[in-house]
Design a protein around this ligand. Structure first.
Ligand code: P6P
Length: 333
């Protein structure tokens, strides 16, 4: 029963970054996720937590109180461990600079892009929600000020990515480039224990996840793929599962074998999901788990970012399913 810290130390020679700074980074992520776990698990009981804050966030979305709480908790937690120099959050228009303590400024070189609480519209209906994070090394010289270029890095430059799912249990899933591993929180000890070693998409492709309510807004290639999933042939029809929470849908598909699709629609001509702190981390995990992730035309991790909160279509899952959908998109162009 390895703890997350023990696992990182055991695998230190497989990481390309200082084990000490990685342990401090994960220490801040664990601290914040335990605080959020505690609030999420009593959201129904505490008036000040459930429901809308009455504030509209930078995305023009109605900010839930727990979104705000999660955003604040992660910022403070990263500040306290002096290991992160800059954060971009879905809940903040601009990036946030964290001044390192002079004595060890060389330590805090990590850049974190985060969706503190994705799927938060599901809080009041008790559906799994999650935190999604993506980590890079800063590009600008240590003594210089951070610039937007430190944040607009391609997904293929990520050194670490993962999510925490707050569901029937709280599980931290991450990859640092050596496979995908999951750690389940034991709330009685407040400790994350290794529960899913080297997660790979199963060979059996079983599930497709897409909001079929948008069917008439989809391109012909997407419509053709949906009909393909529903055909009685080979190991089809696939099962349709979609809960409207990216982390919940992704985690189930990663474990059971399925594709997640959020394509362009009339309402979201660029796609709905955010490239930097939703699509890139999920794409990194998908590839590390033996799968594939694209926007329908190109590999997500190769997309050149131009704006902090830019959106992208996201198709991720087992290689065969993603490639089949890409084939239909090309056929129908
Ligand atoms: P729709 C939640 O708002 C979210 O960003 C993702 O977590 C989720 O997969 C998607 O949007 C759901 O969007 O349009 O299907 O409700």
């Amino acid at each position: 029963m390895y703890t997350l810290g023990e696992f990182i130390i055991k695998n230190r020679d497989r990481f390309s970054y200082s084990t000490e700074s990685l342990l401090r980074l994960f220490s801040s992520i664990k601290l914040a996720s335990k605080a959020i776990h505690k609030e999420v698990n009593k959201a129904g009981l505490t008036e000040e937590i459930i429901g809308s804050s009455g504030i509209t966030n930078v995305q023009g979305e109605n900010q839930q109180k727990l979104d705000q709480f999660a955003h604040r908790v992660f910022i403070e937690s990263f500040k306290s461990r002096n290991v992160v120099c800059g954060i971009a959050s879905e809940e903040s228009k601009d990036f946030i600079v964290i001044k390192g303590k002079q004595e060890d400024i060389s330590q805090n070189q990590y850049i974190v892009l985060i969706d503190p609480l994705d799927g938060s519209s599901n809080i009041d209906v008790n559906v799994s929600i999650g935190t999604i994070f993506s980590v890079y090394m800063r590009k600008s010289p240590i003594k210089m000020n951070l610039t937007i270029e430190d944040f607009l890095q391609k997904g293929n430059q990520q050194i670490l990515a993962g999510y925490i799912i707050y569901g029937s249990s709280t599980i931290l899933v991450y990859s640092a480039g050596n496979g995908v591993h999951g750690f389940t929180l034991d709330p009685s000890f407040g400790t994350f224990y290794l529960s899913h070693y080297n997660i790979c998409f199963p060979k059996m492709e079983k599930i497709y996840s897409i909001n079929e309510g948008n069917y008439y807004k989809f391109s012909n290639g997407i419509k053709k793929f949906i009909r393909y999933c529903q055909e009685k042939k080979d190991n089809r029809p696939y099962t349709a599962r979609y809960i409207g929470s990216l982390v919940g849908d992704f985690h189930r598909n990663l474990i059971q074998g399925g594709i997640y699709i959020y394509p362009k629609t009339a309402s979201y001509p660029e796609g709905k999901l955010r490239l930097l702190y939703e699509c890139n981390p999920m794409a990194f995990l998908s590839e590390q788990a033996g799968g594939k992730a694209s926007d329908g035309n190109q590999r997500i991790l190769d997309i050149e970012p131009t704006k902090l909160h830019q959106r992208s279509p996201l198709i991720c899952g087992p290689k065969g399913m993603v490639s089949k959908l890409e084939e239909f998109i090309v056929d129908c162009e």
